[in-house]
Design a protein around this ligand. Sequence first.
Ligand SMILES: O=C(CO)[C@H](O)[C@H](O)COP(=O)(O)O
Length: 218
Amino acid sequence: MPKIYPSILAANFITLGTEIDKVLKNADGIHLDIMDGVFVPNISFGFPIIESIRKYTDAYLDAHLMIVEPDRYLEKFAMYVNSITVHYETVIHLHRTVTWIKKLGCDAGVSLNPHTPIFMLEEILPFLDKVLIMSVNPGFTGQQFIESTFEKVKKLRQLANKINPKLDIMVDGGVNKDNIGKLALAGATTFIIGASIFHKEDPYVEIKELKEAAKSID
Ligand SMILES: O=C(CO)[C@H](O)[C@H](O)COP(=O)(O)O
């Protein structure tokens, strides 16, 4: 069953509670894009918003840290979220970081920028709950999906089948009804979607249709 985590980066922050209500009827969790203006050329939001969301809902909160030195903030994130994903490109001692995230009681993920090859994950893969494949250069909502992602997801699924078959393969950036089926067929299991949910008239219906599209290519 494909999972969808709407990315609130594309939501209206003035009415964030209502936006979350609209998507949670059909979504499997909420994706939080944390950007520091250093690792990515954009700044998003931080702990005051995350804490408010945690108080508002007990939904699965999936944090994607697009920040340098993520280790400095792991304990604080773990107070509010269910899952922490760090970028491969930002962490020197990845095994230590991943082990720490698990010890803090969260699911642990690693994200790859579009230019980072799958084989870099070979040694860390058995320790991960999820891998987040960026299908755009991280930093902004509403960008064009990078087509080579299909092949990358396939490669990861082949590797995961051998060493971590339960791995959740997530794809993030430019995912829509035209590409979600092919991504699912390639082996993706969770889809992070911002613009194609929050920029539409009825996010509830959109998620339902996206899930149907993900299941339509078998
Ligand atoms: O990580 C992200 C950006 O770095 C966002 O989750 C992503 O951009 C959402 O993409 P879209 O709005 O195109 O669905």
